[in-house]
Ligand binder design. Structure first.
Ligand code: GLV
Length: 387
């Protein structure tokens, strides 16, 4: 591909250059994928209001997320198995984010460990936690994140049970991939991926292997989420984690005004309005549709970020104009990583910043922090057509 102009171009290169099992893992939603699709199609229904003859000079996309200065309010979301999309993927993405000036979030289900990323990233990153039944493991991983200097804990609340993604079962998803004939045949066509993967020791779930007890198949995400994740997670357990962590806390996976109110009462520094990219409860509504009711419920008691469905700077603009103070991208940066490694993550961030900046200007705005509902045109009933 000669010229890369948009996130969809990076996605095409990711598809070509990465083993099918990992591209499919990234590109899946659960069950029928309705929520996965609607996250995107609902963003397309929200339109931008063009304004002319206004001064467009001196524009800025700079803002802050939980008091951290950001080059644009777009953080890299936690994505499991990022180090299988490209060798040392979490380190590459963390570096790209740090150089660009946006937060990177390391998933509990990463391939590179917290310590690996801390040693190689030029800036502190956020750590995403899944709560396990084994409290010793949870205590230890929180301590590891503190020792690594992580600047926020992102506690994910919508994945105590893994949503079924049909393709992962059909592909026999694992890290590292099992050396079956179809996998060998497919990987043989991904030469750069294979060479880089042979050159790194990081091919296992780095935060888990050697740290968690009683995992029967440490290469299978499905097995160890079923065996390890705590289905009894509730607000009292969340409070225990908050107290042990003692730093900035972001609660991720909120899609309901009532839950959002509880998270704000609880004192979260930020919440992430998320349906896990359509990977968990299929049939849930899109995040952009749910955002206004959640904002109304929390007021200014907590910062509100949004993820799920963002594939462009225009999508970021729409979330901000509705009142989110920040956004997170998952697939959009993974496409870049799978396409071109660290340079691809940087390309994804640059594409999004340029789209945000240009669209903001054509909406007659110079400052990303000044975006507001008047910049949008939304079909009647869009936010309250479901009850
Ligand atoms: C993990 O977070 C997943 O969605 O697979």
């Amino acid at each position: 591909m000669a010229v890369i102009t948009c996130i969809a171009d990076l996605k095409e290169l990711h598809r070509k250059r990465t083993p099918k099992m990992f591209f499919d893992y990234c590109e899946s939603g659960s069950y029928t994928e309705q929520t996965f699709r609607e996250n995107i199609s609902d963003f397309a229904q929200v339109r931008l209001r063009q304004k002319v003859a206004v001064d467009m000079s001196g524009r800025s996309t700079e803002s802050a997320m939980i008091d951290q200065k950001v080059a644009m309010p777009v953080a890299l979301a936690p994505v499991g198995m990022t180090g299988m999309q490209r060798a040392d993927g979490e380190i590459k993405a963390a570096r790209a984010a740090a150089k660009f000036g946006v937060p990177f979030t390391l998933s509990t289900m990463s391939i590179c460990s917290i310590e690996d990323v801390a040693a190689q990233s030029p800036a502190p990153f956020w750590f995403q936690l899944y709560v396990m039944r084994d409290e010793d493991f949870v205590d230890a991983i929180i301590e590891r994140a503190k020792t690594a200097g992580c600047s926020a804990l992102v506690l994910t609340l919508d994945l105590q049970i893994l949503g079924q993604r049909h393709k992962d079962l059909k592909n026999g998803l694992s890290a590292p991939p099992k050396l079956t004939l179809p996998n060998i045949v497919n990987m043989a066509t991904k030469v750069q991926w294979g060479l880089e993967m042979l050159g790194t020791p990081r091919r296992f779930f780095g935060n888990i292997v050697g740290h968690a007890k009683g995992v029967n198949d440490p290469s299978s995400l499905m097995t160890w989420t079923a065996e390890q994740f705590d289905p009894k997670l509730d607000w009292s357990k969340i409070a225990r984690i908050r107290d042990q962590w003692g730093g900035k806390l972001i609660l991720k996976g909120i899609l309901d005004a009532e839950d959002a109110r509880m998270a704000a009462d609880f004192g979260a520094d930020a919440i992430v309005v998320s349906n896990h990219g359509g990977r968990q409860l299929d049939g849930a509504l899109s995040t952009i549709r749910m955002l206004p009711s959640i904002l109304a419920a929390v007021g200014d008691r907590t910062e509100v970020f949004l993820d799920s469905g963002i594939r462009s700077g225009q999508d970021v603009l729409k979330a901000l104009a509705l009142g989110a103070t920040g956004t997170m991208i998952g697939r959009a940066f993974i496409y870049g990583l799978g396409a071109m490694g660290e340079a691809g993550v940087t390309a994804a961030l640059e594409i999004i910043r340029k789209e945000l900046d240009t669209s903001m200007a054509l909406c007659g705005e110079r400052d990303v922090k000044a975006l507001r509902r008047e910049n949008l045109l939304v079909p009647e009933g869009f936010f309250d057509s479901y009850a």
